[in-house]
Design a protein around this ligand. Sequence first.
Ligand code: BG6
Ligand code: MG
Length: 241
Amino acid sequence: MKWKLKVYLTSSYYKRTVFSTVENYFIMNTPKAIIFDLDGVLTDTSEYHYQAWKHLADDEGIPFTQEENDAHLRGVGRRDSLMYLLKGRKVSEEQMQEMMGRKNRYYTELIKNMSPKEVVAGGVDLLKEIRQAGIKTAIASASRNTTTVLQRLEITSYFDGIADGNSVVNGKPAPDVFVFAAGIVNTSVVDCLGIEDANAGIEAIKAAGMMALGIGPKERFPKADKVMDNLENKNLQDLLA
Ligand code: BG6
Ligand code: MG
């Protein structure tokens, strides 16, 4: 457990919370912006990404497991994911482009019938509550399918800014997409809380200088400031407490 001390200085919703760990000591005001990863946080598309990579791996006769996906591909962009999957096999740039395109066709087929029902339970209420509290909301996703997924889920209008796989050159764990998202919503990185289901994403958030909330098993996120199993039916106070 990383959280060694948690002191509520006031009981108000806008309380200041003191977070202390052995390595860090800092005070976080209620964030001015909350920056969400998309796949695996607001919806379970991470499972579809895995199925699409698995399909490609099977086509190519490459062994590939869900455990490997979680450890090496979760949150990671298309090219870096393929580089891992190839496991040292030598392929030309043309073959790489073809395989990335094929994986994306498998993935887009899987998300074709997505609907608002696939937003995490209580997700829309949480986004509304955050905005009503005067906190900005943004997306920082590695995916180039972000706009499509947000549209299928019918949640685009709940975000003040969207940064995705088309916004930056360096993917997670580089901080770029989170810094870009903070810029879109005109908020300093120190006033942002980033939320991620991938360790690569938590590393990106911490490298950006933000507070980091991990969604998933604790062991996945050695650097997260706080971890929750999932985002289901959570309210703003649950995220900040
Ligand atoms: C991330 C997913 O959000 O986006 C990864 O967690 C995925 O699994 C990455 O590889 C890139 O997505 P896309 O849609 O551009 O291939
Ligand atoms: Mg994710």
